[in-house]
Design a protein. Structure first.
Length: 317
């Protein structure tokens, strides 16, 4: 019956494996990412948890792009030049970043094109914060770089999240990749894996499935123990792509069955439903009488069609 089930159930399984966009209101009511202090932690201890992954994509509002004047971040803020004071520059970057993250699109202020990065438009405060970080690293002592890179990677990650939730795909994608790159440099593999996992999620939402598959695979290589989102999303996507490859289908389903609780209520509900569906098909494959153990009429019909096909095969072969 296995071959028959595989032939008839592919469409149903693909439908089961689809991503459903949660409402933006529900996501914004949830707590934001709770991040552990990165200053003195290495590798797998750099994050506590990530929540609120899902978003609703929407059309970005029209904006007027102001010409940036970022030759000197200090001059923009009216501060005196302190080129040798890397701590001042870095703290200013964090301050600008936190101020920007607390805003929405209507209150964030001017937008500029981030030439040399994503070549897209971003809030001027965001670009200013990122320039402060770069300026600080020009004179920062070598012994401080690892610690501050972790903080820089985290802030850029939050910039990417802010942009992605508002459907600024190009600017968000560059920052997720940049956050992961910096995190890997300073041995924050968990942060790097989370940045890529969330990028994989948004790439899926943007229907860029091949790119999402590659990014999620890289995320899993970096970390799986503290990366519940990456393996689960990779399993869902690979389950859709398995086709008639039984071994690949089984491996994808095992990733879903063994996945941890997801970082948002919507994704967790999807994960539980996937587990119910996978368990149903596996049970029905072993015992046709269990075809009735579902509320889906479509699943029951497919299950009995497979049973009939098996009987025909046994009679005529």
């Amino acid at each position: 019956m296995a071959s028959c089930l595989l032939a008839f159930v592919v469409i149903a399984r693909c439908a089961d494996a689809g991503f459903h966009q949660p409402s933006l209101a529900a996501v914004r009511e949830a707590n934001d990412d709770n991040l552990e202090d990165l200053h003195n932690e290495d590798d797998d201890d750099d994050l506590m948890s990530f929540v609120g992954t899902g978003v609703e994509l929407h059309k970005a509002p029209s904006i007027s792009v102001a010409k940036p004047n970022l030759d000197s971040p200090n001059s923009v803020l009216g501060e005196p030049e302190r080129d040798d004071d890397w701590e001042f520059q870095f703290s200013q970057g964090v301050r600008e970043s936190e101020t920007m993250l607390a805003c929405d699109e209507t209150s964030v202020g001017s937008w500029v094109r981030d030439v040399g990065r994503s070549a897209s438009v971003v809030p001027q405060k965001m670009l200013l914060a990122e320039d402060f970080f770069l300026e600080a690293f020009n004179t920062m002592p070598e012994g401080k770089r690892k610690e501050k890179q972790a903080e820089q990677a985290l802030q850029i990650y939050n910039h990417a999240k802010w942009l992605a939730e508002r459907n600024y795909a190009t600017a968000a994608e560059w920052r997720y990749q940049e956050s992961a790159r910096i995190a890997k440099q300073c041995r924050r593999s968990t942060l790097a894996s989370h940045a890529l996992a969330r990028l994989g999620y948004f790439l899926t939402q943007w229907r860029r499935y091949d790119e999402a598959h590659a990014v999620l695979k890289e995320s899993m290589k970096l970390n799986t123990k503290k990366n519940p989102l990456g393996p689960y999303l990779f399993g869902v996507l690979d389950r859709q792509r398995a086709g008639s490859d039984v071994a690949r289908l089984r491996a994808a389903e095992e990733l879903i069955l063994n996945s941890a609780e997801q970082p948002s209520e919507d994704l967790e509900n999807q994960r539980r439903q996937h587990i119910v569906d996978i368990t149903y098909w596996r049970n029905a494959e072993l015992e046709p009488a269990r075809c009735f153990e579902t509320s889906s009429t479509t699943h029951v019909l497919i299950c009995f069609a497979c049973t009939f096909g098996r009987v025909v095969q046994e009679v005529f072969l």
